[in-house]
Design a protein around this ligand. Structure first.
Ligand code: NAD
Length: 416
């Protein structure tokens, strides 16, 4: 039988955006405008490789909508980057900014490449080449990049330096996720995971449970997954499963997370050092209290959703659950905290970084964490309230919360 479950992330995003705008009472023109980014730039970046050859890379920058303010979102370095994914990711960024009530629209960038197979020098040339190629459409008041999958503070530093050279002034607010010495914010590196941890605690509270002693499974051990596992471990949860691209580790009595953190490499790989692995598929179906997909898209689908045992799913990754997967877990009364809410911690602290850069005044880590927690909890309560009062699933509720401000800004500006 043919599958009815679309794994095309752009297509499924558009389905929910349309449902959200219709529920909010907007017309066809608003749907037409907001179902795609207002601008997508595709660029070719030649890089002189270490062996003397020149390799030409393809990159993208998508800007969903700037009615609310400048666009904002990460740059992904990955072999599977494609235009539709970047478009969908820019829409998700708009939703995250909307839920957190940040003065931004969404943006996203990506380059088709495999940083695991590139030298430091090649990565620097690629990062600088990307900024030169997109420099006309980005800037601290236009569109502000940040790290995403397989990009980090060093890459942000090269991008900042290239932009500052082109513009001939120092411009720390051009990009976020920078090293602290270049105007980065305290708490930025761990912000996504901290936000997810706050959502887990809140979801457990709703189910009448405590974080202490709760059994947590985390798929993915990169920036989002590994820090999250550490926060859970430190809070007294029992992290019984983690995974990376090579497989998964499981121990019903809990894994030694600090040891795994010590052993993981900079791409979030650690399981290759162990034997007796289970598969990522098995990991998702483990008996646990909280399941956190923190790796890649389309992991919970119509195929495995009926077998998920966790009563709570908190999406740290972007797009880990398909629409059919969402329908099935909702019907099974699993509390799903969707990506556009759960993983907004990164963009929230990126916003704090940009504010600090604009002010030239820097905050303590405690201040960052306190403000992050307040914003995440406000977002959760707002989304949960819509879910309850409008009888819609948590994903549709999050989209409704996330798109409303942008649609209103569009309407006031007289665009639609
Ligand atoms: P990362 O590159 O640091 O880590 C990715 C992890 O996923 C690695 O452990 C990798 O081995 C694993 N992985 C890759 N392919 C896999 C597969 N097929 N099966 C299982 N595991 C696999 O990336 P990250 O920054 O931690 O991002 C992870 C997810 O979280 C992405 O969806 C990203 O968009 C989302 N996210 C990240 C941030 C952030 O601030 N880092 C913010 C919001 C959302």
């Amino acid at each position: 039988m043919a599958s009815t479950d679309s794994h095309d992330v752009l297509e499924s995003t558009q389905v929910v955006i349309e449902q959200a705008l219709r529920k909010l009472g907007y017309n066809d023109s608003m749907v037409e405008l907001l179902k795609l980014p207002m601008r997508v730039l595709s660029v070719r970046i030649p890089v002189r490789m270490d062996d003397g050859s020149t390799k030409v890379f393809t990159g993208y920058r998508a800007q969903h909508n700037d009615a609310v303010g400048p666009t904002k979102g990460g740059v992904r370095f990955h072999p599977d980057v494609n235009e539709n994914e970047v478009k969908a990711l820019s829409i998700w960024m708009s939703l995250k900014c909307g839920i957190a009530d940040l003065p931004y629209g969404g943006g996203k960038g990506g380059i088709i490449c495999d940083p695991r197979k590139m030298s430091f020098r090649e990565l620097e040339l690629l990062s600088r080449g990307y900024v030169r190629a997109i420099s006309q459409i980005v800037g601290p008041t236009k569109d502000i990049p940040a790290p995403d999958v397989m990009t980090n503070a060093q890459i942000m530093a090269w991008m900042l330096d290239e932009y500052s050279r082109i513009r001939e002034f120092d411009s720390p607010g051009f990009i976020t996720g920078k090293p602290l010495v270049l105007g980065g914010s305290k708490g930025r590196e761990t912000a996504t995971a901290r936000g997810v941890a706050i959502m887990i605690a809140e979801a457990l509270r709703m189910k009448g449970k405590d974080i202490k002693g709760s059994r947590v499974v985390v798929q993915g051990f990169g920036n989002a997954g590994s820090y999250l596992a550490k926060f859970m471990y430190d809070a007294g949860a029992v992290v019984i499963g983690i995974s990376d691209v090579n497989g998964a580790l499981y121990n019903k009595d809990g894994l030694d997370i600090p040891d795994l953190l010590d052993k993981r490499d900079s791409f979030g790989t650690v399981t290759n050092l162990f034997q007796n692995l289970i598969s990522n598929e098995e990991l998702l179906e483990l008996d646990c209290d909280v399941l956190v997909p923190a790796a890649i898209e389309n992991q919970i689908t119509e195929e495995n959703a009926p077998r998920i045992k966790a009563p709570i799913i908190v999406e740290a990754a972007n797009g880990p659950t398909t629409l059919e997967g969402t329908r099935i877990v909702t019907e099974r009364n699993i509390l799903l905290v969707p990506d556009v809410l759960a993983s907004a911690g990164g963009v929230i602290v990126s916003y704090f970084e940009w504010v600090q850069n604009n002010q030239g005044y820097y905050w303590s880590e405690e201040e960052v964490d306190m403000k992050l927690e307040a914003m995440m909890l406000k977002g959760f309560r707002h989304v949960y309230e819509i879910h309850r009062t409008r009888s819609v699933d948590m994903r549709l509720a999050a989209y409704m919360a996330g798109v409303r401000k942008m649609a209103e800004a569009v309407r006031f500006r007289g665009w639609v």
